[in-house]
Ligand binder design. Structure first.
Ligand SMILES: [Fe+2]
Ligand SMILES: [Fe+2]
Length: 387
């Protein structure tokens, strides 16, 4: 290629280069000293020299979480055409329409499409009215809203972890989680609002659990969010995805299962420091993050009962999966997990003995409340025998 070159002052260029080099060295040394002495230093855990995040490429993590998330990335528009989302590409929309609607539908004008969405929205509300009593609607909304508020925190926590993980693969994985949590929050909000009943605020117990998770130290946030809160979320999706109008929760369930697996996959490549993993104090701090789950389940007992679910079967199912994942990720040792699990079961039984006439001691920790076959299979992949 013939490019006419412009003249420039070679001496000035050389001086500029040396100034930049000296400034660069000073900056890097200064930030290294600050970093090593604990006074700050470079905020970005990024290695520009190697064009890589600190920790390296971590391609395995990238493939398991980022690539897989992209491959399975679902859009709200085709599955909830009555909602306000317009997130599908023409190709995705057409593929879906080909599968569902007749040929005439494809030729709809914008106005006709809007009218159809309105009708679908009315149809969806009518389906909810037909399928649920007002009391059941309030119960579904209470249970889903608890998770809806959790989705807001999942979004915040996953974004806050960006500078806590090493490697390009882990950041790519986390980026997909942030995107998915954003989608979960906005889609869940419309789904909940479609029920047309007042949406309850966060209960004190969710507030405590989620605030503690967001404020937790470093990767303990992985425990609070990915292991604990997301196992609760996944279990609720597994519980309700077979209910009419809630089929979309299957897609949420699939995403959350990937999120719950992230800590264990991450620690396989970047093991937790021995002092963090094994310290009894840190393990107990993590377990204390789970404590509000107990009053939360008691608080939601009436709503779950309306939906035919024993709150304590649900609690046992969640806690068993949480303990399994905690041990697998290295947040908890097997012995402590077993002791905590027995303590939880005793507490649940004590509460039931006090509140349920004729209650017989029951192993709530062996219950499983996940309904759909597909959801059960997904959970077997994540929780193994615990599912
Ligand atoms: Fe989520
Ligand atoms: Fe999630």
């Amino acid at each position: 290629m013939d490019i006419p070159q412009l003249p420039f002052n070679r001496r000035a260029a050389a001086i500029n280069r040396s100034i930049e080099e000296a400034t660069n060295t000073a900056l890097r040394v200064w930030d290294t000293v600050l970093g090593r002495t604990g006074f700050g230093g470079r905020a970005a855990h990024y290695d520009d020299v190697h064009y890589e995040f600190i920790g390296g490429p971590s391609d395995v993590l990238r493939k398991k979480h980022y690539d897989k998330s992209l491959r399975l990335l679902w859009k709200a528009e085709p599955v909830l055409p009555w909602a306000s989302f317009r997130d599908a590409s023409d190709v995705e929309r057409q593929a879906h329409e080909r599968a569902i609607f007749d040929l005439a539908d494809k030729n709809m004008t914008g106005e006709e499409r809007e009218a159809r969405t309105r009708i679908q929205s009315e149809e969806f509300r009518a389906l909810l009215d037909r399928s649920y009593t007002p009391e059941q609607k309030r119960a579904v909304v209470s249970v889903l809203a608890a998770i809806g508020h959790g989705e807001a925190y999942a979004w915040l926590v996953s974004a806050s972890l960006m500078n806590e993980v090493k490697s390009t693969g882990a950041r790519a994985a986390l980026t997909m989680q942030i995107v998915e949590e954003a989608k979960h929050f906005v889609v869940m909000r419309e789904l909940v609002q479609a029920f047309g009943v007042p949406v309850p605020r966060q209960s004190a117990w969710e507030y405590l659990m989620l605030e503690r998770t967001l404020k937790a130290k470093g990767l303990d946030r992985f425990f609070g969010m990915n292991v604990l809160v997301e196992t609760i979320a996944l279990s609720i999706f597994g519980l309700l995805s077979t209910h009419p109008g809630l089929e979309v929760l299957r897609l949420f369930h699939l995403d959350e299962s990937r999120h719950t697996a992230l800590p264990a996959n991450y620690f396989k490549e970047f093991p937790m420091a021995e002092r963090d993993a094994m310290s009894r104090r840190r393990q107990l701090t993590r377990m204390s993050m789970a404590l509000p789950a107990l009053p939360l389940v008691m608080y939601l007992e009436p709503e779950l009962a309306v939906l035919g679910i024993d709150a304590f079967d649900f609690a046992g199912s969640v806690m068993r999966k949480t303990f399994h994942l905690s041990v697998r990720s290295g947040f908890l040792d097997q012995r402590l997990a077993k002791r905590q699990s027995e303590a939880f079961n005793r507490l649940l039984n004590l509460y039931c003995k006090a509140t349920r006439p004729g209650h017989q001691f029951k192993d709530f920790m062996s219950a499983d409340t996940t309904q759909g076959e597909k959801e059960r299979a997904v959970e077997r992949d994540i929780y193994g025998a615990a599912a």
